[in-house]
Ligand binder design. Sequence first.
Ligand SMILES: O=P(O)(O)OC[C@H]1O[C@@H](O)[C@H](O)[C@@H](O)[C@@H]1O
Length: 294
Amino acid sequence: MPVERSQDRVILRHPKGATAEILLYGATVISWKSGSKEIAEPLERFFVSSKAALDGTKPVRGGIPVVFPCFGAPTHPEHVRLAQHGFARSEIWSFGSIVMDNEAGVSVRLTLESTPSIQEKFSKPFELAYVVTLAEHQISTDLHVKNVGLSTTGPLEFQALLHNYIRAPSREVSITPLQGVSYYDKTEATEELKATAKVENRLEVDVKRTTDFVYENAPGSYKISWPTGVVEIRTKNFPNVVVWNPQETGANIADMEPKGWEKYVCVEPGYVRGFAKLEAGESWVGQQVITIIQ
Ligand SMILES: O=P(O)(O)OC[C@H]1O[C@@H](O)[C@H](O)[C@@H](O)[C@@H]1O
């Protein structure tokens, strides 16, 4: 069966050998095994910490956590009761449907609607759908957000981000093309410095030191390269990208495996500077396509 369902997850199997595994908890893609044009053998392409909880007790440290409706600590008055990165990554989503099941792609749709416990911390009516599509050397994930409220409930204001943990030797990766793009450096010591825009002057961005940068008007397509690999991420409707790797400070993260930060770089397309705004009945879709080039 190309789409296998169990109580807590969905497994996609592409006829050419690629697989993807999605937990209903957070709609978190926790594994993507894909070959490349040169090497047919499907290899794991995401990092998941060996200390990550996969039982729904905390957001998964790896794969693709879905960040919604706030990125980082909440800053919007309607988000104040939410945890860092919001609730989408820590709620149980429902299996919606198989969207497609052929050689072009094996695709499923998961959904998340508000519940009484979500309403206690976030009162705005919303509906989320997440479509994950597996192709031969490619995975795409599309996040659909809809304001299902009435005009009397006001607009839905949110941030959204796909927190990709790309498996790669972090001391050897470079990310392009970000030269000339302005960014905010979350590793700065003061709020004032964190809020001061800098301009990226590097042709190739690396994460050899602790990096937590939010690029503002980002180009939307990124190449992550290292001596033996190249991964491309193409996006739509995500004007920002976050590049994060804690290096040695990752030892302070409880669910990070020893030296886990050496095994990945997070390249996270998002809408995280300011807020997207949907009036009653309106929808928004943010998309990414991740391709193994080499
Ligand atoms: O530990 P969390 O909540 O999963 O967040 C991990 C990181 O996620 C990144 O997106 C943020 O920019 C970082 O500041 C943060 O440390």
